[in-house]
Design a protein around this ligand. Structure first.
Ligand code: HPA
Length: 277
C-alpha cells in the first residue's frame, strides 16, 4: 500500500507540474471570505479534485480550488475552500492539502476563518488576530506514525502563531485605522453549534472565539516549520452570548459584509510581509 508520504509526494509532483515556482505566501479563505479572489490577477487555477489523494467532499455550494496569481503586486496562492474535520474525515486528510502546498514551497500561511464570539463586547464583523488556540477537537493531526521528513515527533507549539507576522498584521490594521483585537481561538469538532453551557465553559477556559477549522492545519504547518498567522472574522455571537438561536445564514451574511475591510487587511499585510521578510 502506498504510504502517507508517497501520497504527499505524488500530490506535490502534480501541483509542481502546474505551478513550477510556488509562491512564498498562501492565503486560506474562510467561508464567505472569497471576495479576495476578485482582486487576484490569476496565473493558474487548480481544482482540488484534480490533485491526487485529496479527499473529495460534497458540501453544497463549496468551490474548492487553489488560485495562484498576484495580489497587490505580490505573488500568492489562495485556497478557496478547505476540508473540515466535521465532514467525517481523518485529521490527516484534513491537513493533506496544506502539507502538499507546504512541500511545494509555500513558506507563510495566512489562515482565515469565520468564528463565533465568546464575549458580549464583541460584535459581528469584528476581526480577531489569533494569538493562540485551545484544541478541543478531541484529536490531533500528528497522531500516528510521525512523518520524520516533515518534522519532529513532539513539536513545540509555543510560537505557533508567528509573533513577528502577528506584529505585521497588527501594524497594518493600525495603518488602516481598523480595530483588530487579539484572541484565543477554541477549535471544536462541530458540526452542531455549541450549547450555551459549553460556551460558558469555553469562556472559563480562556477562549475568545470558537470555530470548527484552522487548528488542524495550524498544528500540521507548524510541525513542518512553516510560518502561520490567522485571523478570525466574527460572524456571530456564540450560543447563549447571543439572545437568539444561531443560523448559518447569519454567518454567511456577516462574512459578506466584512469582505472589504478583510480583503484590505490581508492584501496590505502580505505586501508588508514581503518587504520585511
Ligand atoms: N461556533 C462554531 N463555529 C462557528 C461559529 C460558532 O458560533 N460561527 C462561525 N463558525
Amino acid at each position: 500500500m502506498i504510504s502517507g508520504f508517497e501520497k504527499l509526494n505524488e500530490a506535490k509532483r502534480f501541483v509542481q507540474s502546474k505551478v513550477p515556482t510556488f509562491p512564498d505566501f498562501l492565503i486560506v479563505l474562510g467561508s464567505g471570505l472569497s471576495n479576495l479572489l476578485n482582486e487576484i490577477q490569476v496565473e493558474t487555477e487548480i481544482s482540488y479534485q484534480d490533485i491526487p489523494h485529496v479527499v473529495q467532499t460534497s458540501v453544497e455550494g463549496h468551490v474548492s480550488r487553489l488560485v495562484v496569481g498576484k495580489l497587490g503586486g505580490v505573488r500568492v496562492a489562495c485556497m478557496q475552500g478547505r476540508l473540515h474535520f466535521y465532514e467525517g474525515l481523518k485529521m490527516e486528510e484534513v491537513v493533506f492539502p496544506f502539507r502538499v502546498f507546504g512541500m511545494c514551497g509555500a513558506k507563510v500561511f495566512f489562515l482565515t476563518n469565520a468564528a463565533g464570539a465568546l464575549h458580549p463586547d464583541m460584535q459581528p464583523a469584528d476581526l480577531v488576530l489569533i494569538k493562540d488556540h485551545i484544541n478541543l477537537m478531541g484529536t490531533n493531526p500528528l497522531v500516528g506514525k510521525n512523518l520524520d521528513s516533515l518534522g519532529t515527533r513532539f513539536p513545540d507549539m509555543t510560537h505557533l502563531y508567528d509573533p513577528e507576522l502577528r506584529g505585521i498584521v497588527s501594524q497594518t490594521a493600525k495603518k488602516l485605522a481598523m480595530e483588530l483585537r487579539e484572541g484565543i481561538y477554541v477549535g471544536l469538532h462541530g458540526p452542531s453549534y455549541e450549547t450555551p453551557a459549553e460556551i460558558r465553559m469555553y469562556q472559563i477556559l480562556g477562549g475568545d472565539v470558537v470555530g470548527m477549522s484552522t487548528v488542524p492545519e495550524a498544528i500540521a504547518l507548524h510541525h513542518m516549520g512553516k510560518r502561520v498567522v490567522a485571523v478570525s472574522c466574527v460572524t456571530n455571537l456564540a450560543a447563549g452570548v447571543s439572545p437568539t438561536p444561531l443560523e448559518h445564514s447569519e454567518v454567511s451574511e456577516t462574512a459578506k459584509k466584512v469582505q472589504t475591510k478583510f480583503c484590505a487587511l490581508v492584501r496590505e499585510s502580505i505586501q508588508s510581509m514581503e518587504t520585511k521578510l
